[in-house]
Design a protein around this ligand. Structure first.
Ligand SMILES: [Zn+2]
Length: 381
């Protein structure tokens, strides 16, 4: 495939507005592209206009199944006026393609798809299978990865590469887990001049706020690769009007977990704190866990990790370190599959995901096509 066509494919899918939805249009575009090269694909519907896409090439001569994965959704462009150019009309300036999703992660997804097409075109010899899993709703809870995992699409996978934007800064083999939580406090209205007739929901919520900060911040929990456990309340609201004792208050927060101080431990401690506070008269606090993503710590020296490092060294002459990061990925769901397999996060990109004027270096994108191809032929040799 000509470079010009590869660039056009990326432009085309960046132009599809798949902001937490509408991933079907991306899936259809890719499916049509694969069809052009005689490769079949399967849609797995998550909900209306939201379909995961599964594509496979290779043969069943060996047990090896290499999975490529990328998400098709993007985050909102934010304030469009702040962008130099329209976030959904990708434009190349100084070798950089700008647009929402250029970096996170339609370039990774497109590079993986094109690598598959070129391998097929070149009749590359495989000992095993290469499977692309293009997912929906990664940015809002890894919805597609959860569905694909539950429906068995990773049960036979032996290694996985997720094309999130690592660039050449580091191949990611570990990331923290993430919990989104909400605490509601129920009280009773009364005139603020007669507080004894009401129950102040904000006071009670504040008790949780203070105690939980003490609980989760008084001791430090650290993972040698991933760093510290992190707890933060990030949103708070309450009260109805200035001269009424508030009957409702709530807070929300985000927690980043690590192996050794994981999601189960943290949620248990939160529940115990809530139960303890609710022992007090008139307290009515409830905890809701809105997202619960486990941490991932894969093997640092797995075959696929070593292959990625070797192939990258050969193509771009960079020694890429193996690293851990804070942000969660689809790996948090995929690693719940039947059998354990190593996973790495390695794709074109930089530090601009979710930002205004997000971009990808076009050279980086094109290089990753060749790197992915050689990773496949080396792993499935
Ligand atoms: Zn992403």
């Amino acid at each position: 495939m000509e470079n010009q066509e590869k660039v056009q494919i990326l432009k085309d899918i960046v132009a599809i507005k798949s902001v937490n939805g509408n991933e079907k249009e991306v899936a259809e575009y890719l499916s049509k592209l694969f069809k052009k090269y005689d490769i079949d694909s399967t849609f797995l519907e998550f909900e209306k206009d939201r379909d995961n896409l599964i594509v496979e090439i290779g043969n069943k001569n060996s047990e090896k199944v290499l999975a490529f994965s990328g998400h098709m959704d993007v985050v909102s462009a934010g304030n469009v006026a702040d962008w130099t150019t329209d976030p959904f009309k990708p434009e190349i300036r100084d070798g950089k393609m700008y647009g929402r999703g250029t970096c996170d992660m339609k370039s990774g997804l497109a590079a993986m798809a094109i690598a598959m097409i070129e391998l097929k075109e070149e009749n590359a010899m495989f000992n095993g299978r290469l499977r692309l899993l293009a997912t929906v709703g990664e940015e809002v809870g890894e919805l597609g990865a959860e569905q694909l995992t539950k429906e068995g699409y990773v049960d036979d996978v032996t290694s996985m590469v997720i094309g999130e934007p690592s660039g050449y800064a580091g191949i990611v083999y570990a990331h923290k887990g993430s919990i989104n939580f909400k605490v509601d406090s129920q009280g009773k209205n009364a005139h603020s001049s007669m507080p004894q007739l009401g129950v102040n929901a904000i006071d009670h919520l504040n008790d949780f706020y203070t105690r939980a900060n003490q609980l989760f911040r008084s001791e430090i929990h650290t993972d040698e690769v991933l760093g510290d456990f992190i707890y933060n309340v990030t949103m708070i609201s309450g009260g109805e009007q200035i001269n009424s004792i508030p009957s409702e208050a709530s807070l929300q927060g985000n927690i980043r977990t690590i192996p050794g101080y994981d999601n189960d431990v943290v949620i248990k401690k939160m529940n115990e704190l809530i139960d303890e506070l609710n022992q007090k008269e008139t307290y009515h606090l409830t905890l809701t866990i809105e997202a619960n993503k486990i941490s991932v710590k894969s093997e640092k020296d797995s075959d696929i990790a070593k292959i990625a490092q070797q192939v990258a060294k050969k193509h771009v002459n960079v020694d890429i370190p193996m690293v851990g990061v804070s942000g969660t990925t689809d790996a948090a769901e995929f690693t719940k599959g039947k059998q354990a397999f190593p996973v790495i996060i390695f794709g074109p990109g930089n530090e601009t995901p979710h930002q205004v004027d997000e971009y990808v270096d076009v050279d980086n994108y094109l290089e990753m096509v060749d790197i992915y191809k050689e990773m496949v032929t080396t792993y499935l040799n």
